[in-house]
Design a protein around this ligand. Structure first.
Ligand code: PMP
Length: 354
C-alpha cells in the first residue's frame, strides 16, 4: 500500500444490474419500465434548440419543481429535485444523518443504503425483516440517528401498511425518517399525505420506473419546507448544476402527461398480476408484490442455476448472492410478450428439473 493510501476514503461501491450491449435480450434485471416515455417527452426533445445548451441550466430546476408542484398539489418550497433518486437519497443521507447513534434500515432492502452509510461514515444497524419479508414496526421504535425504509421494499416488492409507517414516523420526532417510494406508483399507499403532520418525514420518488425515464436521471423528494431548505443548502454547497436543461424540460413533459402515465402504469400492473398467477402455477413462491418486479423462489430449482439458465436463453433477471435471499430471483415486469416468453421458458425448465 502506498503511504498516501492511508488517507484515501475507501469504499466498496454499489453494484448496479448489468446493462448489456445486446439488443436481442429480454431485460428484466433492473426494474426499468418496458414502455417508452410519454410521446410528449420525445416531442420536446425534437423541438429543443441546441442554443439552449450554451448556457448553464437553472440551478433550481424551477420548471420541473413547478410541474411537480402542480401534479402533486405540493408547495414548491416542499420539493427537492436531483439526478435520479439515488442522488436525492445520497444528499439526504449527507444532510440528515449526522448523529452519533446508528441509522436504521432493514437487513434486506435497497443495497445502496449501506454503501452511502459507509461512504459518509454514518453508523447503521440493520433490522431483520420477518419471515414474510415484512418490516417489524417495533424494531424502529428505539433511539436512533435516522431511519430509511423503502415502501414498497426492494428487492422483495413487499409494501408496508401506511398506518405502521406512520407509527414509526410519529415515534421518532428527533430524527429524519426517509421513505423511499421508488415503486409506489405500482402499488401500496404513499406517505405523501402525512407530510403536513410530520416535519421529520421525507418522501423520495423517481422518474426511473413509473415514468420510463431511468436514462434521464430524475428523482425528487417531498418534505417540510425547512427540511427541503437544508437539503438545498447541502446540494448548492456540493454542485449547483446537477440537473441539466434537457433533463428538466423532458421531466416537465413526463409529469404533465398524466393520461400516459396512468395507462402505462396500468399495463405494468396488469402484466404483473398475470405473471403472479403463472409463477404460482409453476410452483414458484413469493410474497405479494406491489412493485414492478416479483421476488420469487422455486422449491425444486436453485435460483442461481435458474438465473444462469435464463441468461443463456437471453433472459436477464437479477440474482443476489446474499444471506437470506440467495435462493430468489428478482424478475422485473416487462411487456406481455416478454413475460409470456419468460413463462414458456420457466415451464419447460421446471418440467425438466422436477
Ligand atoms: N430506491 C430504490 C428502492 C430502488 O430500487 C432504486 C433503483 N435502483 C432507486 C431508489 C434509485 O432509482 P433512481 O436513482 O433511478 O431514481
Amino acid at each position: 500500500m502506498a503511504a498516501w493510501e492511508t488517507n484515501v476514503r475507501k469504499v466498496i461501491p454499489y453494484t448496479p444490474g448489468e446493462q448489456p450491449d445486446r439488443t436481442d435480450i429480454i431485460k428484466l434485471n433492473t426494474n426499468e419500465n418496458p414502455y417508452p416515455p410519454s410521446p410528449e417527452v420525445e416531442r420536446i426533445l425534437r423541438e429543443m434548440p441546441l442554443e439552449i445548451l450554451r448556457k448553464y441550466p437553472d440551478p433550481t430546476a424551477d420548471a420541473l419543481v413547478t410541474a411537480l408542484s402542480e401534479c402533486y398539489h405540493m408547495p414548491k418550497e416542499q420539493i427537492f429535485v436531483g439526478v435520479g433518486s439515488d442522488d436525492v437519497l445520497a444528499m439526504s443521507f449527507l444532510t440528515f444523518f449526522n448523529g452519533k447513534k446508528p441509522i436504521l434500515f432493514p437487513d434486506i432492502t435497497y443495497s445502496f443504503y449501506d454503501v452511502w452509510a459507509e461512504l459518509f461514515r454514518i453508523p447503521y444497524d440493520c433490522q431483520p425483516l420477518d419471515e414474510n419479508f415484512q418490516i417489524r414496526t417495533e424494531d424502529y421504535l428505539k433511539p436512533c440517528g435516522g431511519i430509511v425504509i423503502a415502501n414498497p421494499n426492494a428487492p422483495t416488492g413487499v409494501a408496508r401498511d401506511l398506518a405502521e409507517l406512520e407509527r414509526i414516523v410519529a415515534a421518532n420526532p428527533e430524527v429524519i425518517v426517509i421513505i423511499d417510494e421508488a415503486y409506489i406508483d405500482f402499488g401500496g399507499e404513499s406517505a405523501v399525505k402525512l407530510i403536513p403532520q410530520y416535519d421529520n418525514l421525507l418522501i423520495v420518488q423517481t422518474f426511473s420506473k413509473s415514468r420510463s425515464l431511468a436514462g434521464m436521471r430524475i428523482g425528487y423528494a417531498f418534505g417540510n419546507e425547512k427540511l427541503i431548505k437544508y437539503l438545498n443548502d447541502a446540494k448548492y454547497s456540493f454542485n449547483s448544476y446537477t440537473m441539466n436543461t434537457v433533463t428538466v424540460a423532458m421531466g416537465v413533459e413526463a409529469v404533465r402527461d398524466k393520461a400516459y402515465f396512468r395507462e402505462t402504469v396500468g399495463k405494468v400492473v396488469a402484466t404483473r398480476e398475470w405473471t403472479k398467477k403463472e409463477l404460482l402455477r409453476l410452483g414458484f413462491t413469493f410474497q405479494d408484490s406491489q412493485s414492478n418486479f416479483i421476488f420469487a423462489s422455486h422449491p425444486q430449482c436453485p435460483a442461481k442455476e435458474l438465473f444462469e439458465a435464463l441468461k443463456r436463453q437471453g433472459i436477464y433477471v437479477r440474482y443476489f448472492a446474499k444471506p437470506r435471499i440467495d435462493n430468489y430471483l428478482r424478475i422485473s415486469i416487462g411487456t406481455d410478450g416478454e413475460m409470456k416468453t419468460l413463462i414458456a421458458f420457466l415451464e419447460k425448465y421446471v418440467g425438466e428439473n422436477l
